[in-house]
Design a protein around this ligand. Structure first.
Ligand code: ARG
Length: 451
């Protein structure tokens, strides 16, 4: 087979490993075998190659797949290595496999074929995370906790309301990934180098054999566009950003004793014997940086590339693999940490009203009783400075409004508004934290998840 091993011109030299994508291509080894099979079947069906040689090539591909990665001959990339292995097994006739195609359409097809799997896995992970968040929500519809803005105590909420706030955010990440999947799942094969082919190929047939939804029509676009990588990593980056907020909340909550991260998701200190650190959540938080780096690496690599194929594209692809791996793993870890975390209901109940977090509810009550909201706000602000209880409110009423609190509102109603659980129960607007509103959200999220 000496004579058929090609590219003697490119067999060595100082830039050999710089030019090669072989190690990154391990990722698309199985995809390349699948793409080769489909292409060969199509070539035979279209009468472009004989069915006998097609059979021999398919058999060789089976053998190469069984022998797996390690046994591959050297090559500039996986496409060349597999082709060389086919020719070693079949003889010169094996060279018919590369009829009517180029590595350019081949690699674009392989990336899309493999990325479909990876995106599906990431999608599954988002569903598991949403399920974990829903389970927390179901168990804690009545668990009041402090809600924050600017990390300052703001208004009481429940653990369920908090959990569903992330479930709904992740559901949009699921949508974005699904949307990107639809555009990943299109076949460039048959575009050849970029200018199509003289052979009478059936691009739809080969797309169908590989399970693609449709064919990318224009051959220049098909072979050289990588916007599908950019949008997939962007969708993953958005997911990673959601995860980072979730992780950060849990890190803060753990530091306040609201929640205990399970041992499986925590680490100890090598020096401080008492420590239990929510390390895995901090790493989940950090993955948002990896993902943003992936998007930025891709965008800057793709920017300004001329038509059609340029080998810059070879260095674009790994950004997508790294991003999908990091974000997929972070999603799985986040789901596990959420599912196993232990919420400390006593601490949460105690802290739910801290920092006069029921103040808005008291102002709302006064406004509902007829005071302009701004006046009520001012009066409650004065009380906030002076004790934040019924006595302070009464004193503020006399000071700001010139009359006792009782002349505006029933004392029992004020006491209820000051109670964090009652405060939560009264905020039953659509999507609010009140148990009935949360139950309705839980039902809707079950439907969304099933869909
Ligand atoms: N390994 C290349 C890539 O990942 C595909 C090969 C195309 N090479 C070429 N010189 N046209 O994009």
């Amino acid at each position: 087979t000496e004579g058929v091993v090609r590219r003697d011109r490119f067999s060595g030299g100082p830039a050999r490993s710089f030019l090669s994508s072989l190690s990154a291509d391990r990722r698309i080894f199985a995809a390349d075998v699948a793409v080769d099979r489909a292409h060969v079947v199509m070539l035979a069906e279209c009468g472009i190659i004989g069915s006998e040689v097609a059979g021999e090539i398919l058999e060789a591909l089976d053998g190469i797949e069984d022998a797996s990665h390690g046994a591959l001959p050297e090559g500039e990339d996986v496409h060349e290595a597999i082709e060389t292995a086919v020719i070693e097994r079949v003889g010169e006739e094996g060279g018919r496999m590369h009829t009517a195609r180029s590595r350019n359409d081949e690699v674009a097809t392989c990336i899309r074929y493999r990325l479909r799997e990876d995106v599906l896995e990431a999608l599954e992970a988002t569903l598991d995370l949403r399920e974990a968040l829903r389970t927390v929500a179901r168990e804690h519809v009545g668990t009041t906790m402090p809600g924050y803005t600017h990390l300052q105590p703001a208004q009481p909420i429940t653990v369920a309301h908090w959990a569903l706030s992330y479930e709904q955010a992740v559901s949009r990440d699921t949508e974005r990934l699904l949307d990107a999947y639809g555009r990943v799942n299109r076949s460039p094969l048959g575009a050849a180098a970029f200018a199509g082919t003289t052979f009478d190929v059936d691009r739809e047939r080969v797309a169908d054999l590989l399970g693609f939804d449709s064919v990318l029509e224009n051959s220049m676009d098909a072979a050289s566009s990588r916007d599908f990588l950019l949008e997939t990593t962007a969708a993953l980056s958005a997911l990673a950003t959601t995860l980072s907020g979730l992780a950060e909340d849990l890190v803060v909550f753990a530091s306040r004793g609201f929640v205990e991260v399970d041992d499986d998701y925590a680490s100890t200190s090598s020096i401080m014997p008492q420590k239990k650190n929510p390390d895995s959540l901090e790493l989940v938080r950090a993955v948002a940086g990896d993902a943003a780096g992936g998007v930025s690496g891709l965008a800057t690599t793709l920017k300004g590339l001329p038509r059609a194929y340029n080998i810059d594209l070879q260095r674009a692809t790994p950004h997508a693999w790294e991003t999908v791996d990091a974000v997929g793993e972070a999603t799985i870890v986040a789901a596990g940490a959420v599912a196993t975390a232990d919420w400390n209901e006593d601490v949460l109940a105690r802290e739910a009203g801290a920092g006069f977090s029921t103040a808005t509810g008291v102002a709302d009550l006064l406004a509902a009783e007829g005071l302009p909201f701004r006046t009520a706000h001012e009066m409650v602000a004065v009380a906030a400075e002076n004790g934040a209880d019924y006595a302070a409110l009464d004193a503020a009423s006399r000071e700001v409004l010139g009359e006792s609190l009782e002349s505006y509102v029933e004392p029992a109603a004020v006491e209820a508004a000051l109670d964090p659980a009652e405060s939560v129960a009264s905020r039953d607007s659509l999507g609010g934290p009140a148990p009935q509103a949360v139950e309705a959200s839980l039902e809707a999220s079950a439907e969304g998840l099933a869909a």
